[in-house]
Design a binder for this molecule. Structure first.
Ligand code: X2X
Length: 335
């Protein structure tokens, strides 16, 4: 295992989830592996584990899901390849990273598009989500109906304090591997570096990147506060995860099992959303006590900077009129 991954894993307090089901022969008729990038203690993995139990019970043991959290099967980029080839049956992946395969899946990441969670869920549980799922389907994958929350993203730094868009000029910021992220931080005049989440902690520790951006919950659970000093509350985009299945694997499941698996995973996603909504209220206090300095910013100024740089015009063009009008139908005019 590369050193950087060992560091990330050493940062998580618990054992891998699959330890509970591994190490013995499975009696199940169907076994799916399900990967994700969040730490074991993240509500995603807590709620997945509950869904695993419910699915096992409701299928009378015919269906077993084995959960691999924390990028245990590899970086997000590698894991997406495994999902496409069928080496892996299920993967929970940010729509923005998925956009390297399904370009329209980046649409929820348009900067400052959503003002709050009610607006997010109305869109993603409604027309916009259905539209993206249709695009996912065209690429040989299946997207479950309910997205999982990652959150509104905030910028952290170990060097400078980001207070205004100008402070981002030349800022060496790690971004996930996705054109949407690179383009946004280029529009701010920063120097974005694409790095997978599995390499993030060490990239910050060794100062390959000065900063990064993630929701507060992940900053806490991945212990990024150990290697960062400041957090600027930009909420510059909302990021969520699609629960994806390899289409051949999914179609190989009998209909009754498909129904149970989809229902229970969708229910787990809704539970995870509620967990994160609660955590949002408490996690800032914890991060402060761990030494992170919070900076409140004037968000419209950041949005104006993107507008001036032509960011919205570029993405309107890339997504095309159909997708853009669905998004604007949910959030109001963007350009
Ligand atoms: O890679 C990230 O920063 C993360 C964990 O937030 C995503 O999955 C996009």
């Amino acid at each position: 295992m590369p050193i950087s991954r060992r560091l990330v894993l050493a940062g998580s307090a618990s054992l891998p989830l699959f330890a509970t089901s591994g190490g013995r022969a499975s009696a199940a008729e169907f076994t799916f592996k399900l990967a994700n990038n969040t730490p074991v203690a993240h509500p995603m993995n807590v709620r997945l584990q509950e869904a695993v139990e419910r699915i096992k019970q409701q299928t009378g043991g015919r269906m077993e899901l084995q959960v691999f959290p924390n990028n245990q099967l590899g970086s997000d980029t590698d894991t997406l390849s495994q999902l496409r080839s069928g080496a892996l049956e299920m993967f929970i992946l940010s729509g923005l990273i998925l956009s390297t395969l399904v370009p329209q899946a980046a649409i929820n990441g348009v900067g400052f598009a959503f003002k709050d969670y009610p607006e997010v869920w109305r869109a993603m549980d409604g027309k916009l989500g259905a539209y993206v799922r249709g695009e996912i389907d065209k690429r040989g994958l299946v997207g479950m109906e309910k997205m999982w929350d990652n959150g509104f993203r905030q910028i952290t730094s170990s060097t400078r304090e980001i207070r205004t868009p100008e402070d981002l000029k030349g800022f060496k910021v790690r971004v996930p591997v996705s054109p949407m992220w690179t383009s946004m931080f280029q529009a701010f005049g920063a120097s974005p570096i694409s790095i997978n989440f599995s390499e993030l902690y060490s990239a910050l520790q060794t100062k390959i990147a000065e900063g990064q951006e993630n929701p507060l919950t992940l900053i806490e659970l991945s212990k990024l506060y150990e290697v960062q000093k400041f957090v600027s509350m930009t909420s510059h985009m909302w990021d969520g995860y699609w629960l994806l299945a390899n289409k051949r694997a999914w179609q190989g499941l009998p209909k009754d099992l498909q129904e149970i698996v989809a229902r229970e995973l969708n229910r787990a996603a809704e539970d995870e959303r509620a967990d994160l909504a609660k955590l949002n209220d408490s996690v800032a206090g914890e991060l402060k006590s761990q030494g992170l300095t919070f900076i409140e910013v004037d968000r419209p100024k950041f949005r104006d900077a993107l507008k001036k740089a032509g960011y919205y015009a570029t993405w309107k063009e890339k997504f095309g009129p159909q997708a853009w009008s669905i998004l604007e139908g949910d959030v109001g005019p963007l350009t």
